[in-house]
Design a protein around this ligand. Structure first.
Ligand SMILES: *Cc1c(COP(=O)(O)O)cnc(C)c1O
Length: 416
């Protein structure tokens, strides 16, 4: 088992179980989700990985222990989760964090130094924008936000000190698709391409196979899948990068607790089942919205009308469960709609079994300056749906009644 710089064992990688894992990864996605890292407990035979709710581990003699000494440095429930998710993403190594933002910070800050530069997707998760735009400059790390669908604009933003390309695809909330392989082809030695794969999940997209160096997820979303836990994970095939992630994770202590690790481990077992259902429903919802005269634009990469549909088909195996749309009558009608749904909860977040509706302008992207949002095309007329796995007919009925109610409330009979 490898040790970190302090001599702590680092059980939170697949290195220890590499031969087993190599066999396991030939299995199908759901088998790996249910099996990898989840052998029966050696001492009790417990079939399900226990929640090791312990801060410390008793040693047989000084420095002689069973691979764990303190739960910040390593915990068996967390190790199981790290092994499971690494296998699903096709990664050798993974490090779990206490939130998606801790993971985004870990995936970037761990190897960046003062004076380094990031080229990041413009149409980015609001919290990641806040981290790069407001926090990193204090440490001498600067970011240029670019339209990454435009390779020329991306190339032009590269500086001699550029160390990191931060890619998020599908983008949030407009669901544009960025060509991961094309961005990876831009990178020079010493530069890292990291992809936030939260929206697609490893079921639909594997950035490492497309040339990325690092993959990050907010496990709060589809991996956890039930909106009952906050977490994050970072994965790579590069042992050196992994050591830097593991080192900083332990040094700053951005770890998930064992219960949280357990909930994500449990949720991820059914990822394939859920993603197929999310996508089926999202497709139906997007197709329904396209038929409504009070909807002026529908954004879903699975629609033939989507501007990047061909690229989405090429780099993803499916299109996910998020659908955004614009209300033709503008902000007031969009807000009236958002508070009128009965099955869709008005809430931030996404990726749970339950359907959610939100207004990106004030909710998910509240921390992004208004002029930046406007430049991105995030208007107050935009609505984002996280389509859950309830019965599809109930979702369509709910959207129908909420759109109809918004027409009355916003008094837009004449204007539509
Ligand atoms: C939610 C989210 C994050 C942040 O994750 P938290 O778990 O909320 O800290 C990062 N990226 C994307 C795409 C997200 O949806």
């Amino acid at each position: 088992m490898p040790n970190d710089a302090f001599g702590h064992p680092q059980p939170n990688s697949r290195t220890a179980g590499a031969p087993e894992a190599a066999v396991a990864s030939q299995r199908g996605f759901s088998t790996r989700a249910i099996r990898t890292g989840q052998d029966p407990d050696k001492t009790t035979g417990a079939t399900i990985v226990p929640v090791y709710q312990t801060a410390t581990f008793t040693q047989d003699a000084v420095g002689v222990h069973k691979g764990y000494d303190y739960s910040r440095s390593g915990n068996p429930t967390r190790s199981a989760l790290e092994a499971q998710l690494a296998d699903l993403e096709g990664a050798k190594f993974s490090v779990a964090y206490g939130s998606g933002m801790a993971a985004a910070n870990g995936a970037s800050f761990s190897f960046l130094r003062a004076g380094d530069h990031i080229v990041a997707t413009k149409d980015l998760y609001g919290g990641t924008h806040r981290l790069f735009a407001n926090v990193f400059p204090r440490y001498g790390i600067t970011t240029t936000f670019v339209e990454m669908c435009d390779l020329e604009e991306t190339r032009a933003a590269i500086q001699p000190n550029t160390k990191l390309f931060w890619v998020e695809t599908p983008t949030n909330p407009l669901l544009k698709i960025i060509d991961i392989a094309a961005i990876a082809a831009l990178k020079k030695p010493g530069q890292i391409v990291a992809v936030d794969n939260t929206f697609a999940t490893p079921y639909w997209q594997n950035p490492l196979a497309l040339g990325a160096d690092v993959v990050m997820h907010s496990t709060t979303k589809y991996l956890g899948g039930h909106s009952d836990v906050v977490g994050g994970i970072v994965m790579t095939n590069d042992a050196d990068l992994h050591q830097q992630f593991a080192y900083l994770q332990n040094a700053v202590g951005a770890v998930p607790g064992p219960w949280d690790a357990y909930l994500v481990l449990r949720g991820s077992k059914t990822l394939a089942l859920r993603m197929r259902e999310h996508e089926r429903n999202a497709h139906a919802v997007a197709a329904f919205l396209e038929t409504r005269d009070d909807v002026s634009a529908v954004y879903y990469p699975g629609l033939a009308s989507h501007e990047h549909h061909e690229l989405a088909k090429k780099q993803m195996r499916g299109f996910g469960g998020i659908v955004s749309f614009r209300h033709r009558a503008g902000a007031e009608a969009a807000l009236a709609f958002a508070k009128s749904t009965e099955v869709f909860n008005l809430a931030t977040s996404l990726g749970g079994v339950e359907s959610l509706v939100c207004s990106p302008w004030t909710m998910t992207h509240g921390s992004v300056p208004p002029e930046h949002k406007t430049a991105l095309g995030i208007g107050e007329d935009l609505v984002r749906l996280s389509v859950g796995i309830e019965d599809c007919g109930d979702l369509i009925d709910d959207l129908t009644q909420a759109l109809d109610r918004a027409r009355v409330e916003a008094n837009i009979f004449a204007s539509v």
